[in-house]
Design a binder for this molecule. Sequence first.
Ligand code: SF4
Ligand code: SF4
Length: 263
Amino acid sequence: MLARIKEFLGMEAKPTEEVASEQEVEKVAEEKPKPRIGYIHLSGCTGDVMSLSENYDILAPLLTEMVDVVYGQTLADVWDMPEMDLALVEGSVCLQDEHSIKELMEAREKAGLVVAFGSCAATGCFTRYSRGGQQAQPNHESFVPIADLVKVDCAIPGCPPSPEIIAKTVVAVINGDMDYLQPMIDLAGYTEAGGSDLQNKVVNQALCIGCGTCAMSCQTRALDMTNGRPELNEDRCVKCGVCYVQCPRSWWPADRINMDLGL
Ligand code: SF4
Ligand code: SF4
């Protein structure tokens, strides 16, 4: 299983002396009771779960052999939410939607770990702009990141998260690679919007190296490079947070990004 994931990611074969430890990881994974996973779908475009399915090759054995999916629309045939080890939450939460709030609160109560999956759940993303008017729920007006209502343990960013970040997160969890997971644990309590985050945190903290990755990754062309620094056009920004996710400096330790420079 681990070998398949590594093959998918194009990771190099390990030296012989490390193979034993790899086998140990697989053995422990086989012997441990299967983690019980739930999937909660709140307000979003469903792009996150589509990105998840892009990894079907490697996730199919994971879902069938290594975890039990115990809750989730179309994933498990249950009505009542059971106790879970981990709840993956996609989408922001609508403050006018009692059902969503109740489901999120229940997930927090019944899951050992709550993971915000995708930028809508992690930072609100473009749903922050929604002001109602949708045919089905015209009174739904206010959407907030799930961390505004419940404690979140880890946030996987992206609009949607790339298949690569999902696959690498799976590998990191299996390997217990805290260096890889730490920025996502830090992001869990960080619910400001994406575009502004980039400007206020990375650039103003003198961390920007002028690489232009943020401007190239912006799908609405809201960022231009000016004098070697990104300049934001607020009118075009949909706060998807992709620029922040792609910025090589946004993955620095959170205490450095949020450090008070005393200026
Ligand atoms: S600047 Fe572009 S990539 Fe960044 S949050 Fe705004 S729309 Fe998204
Ligand atoms: S991606 Fe980050 S480091 Fe690169 S130009 Fe944009 S803000 Fe600066």
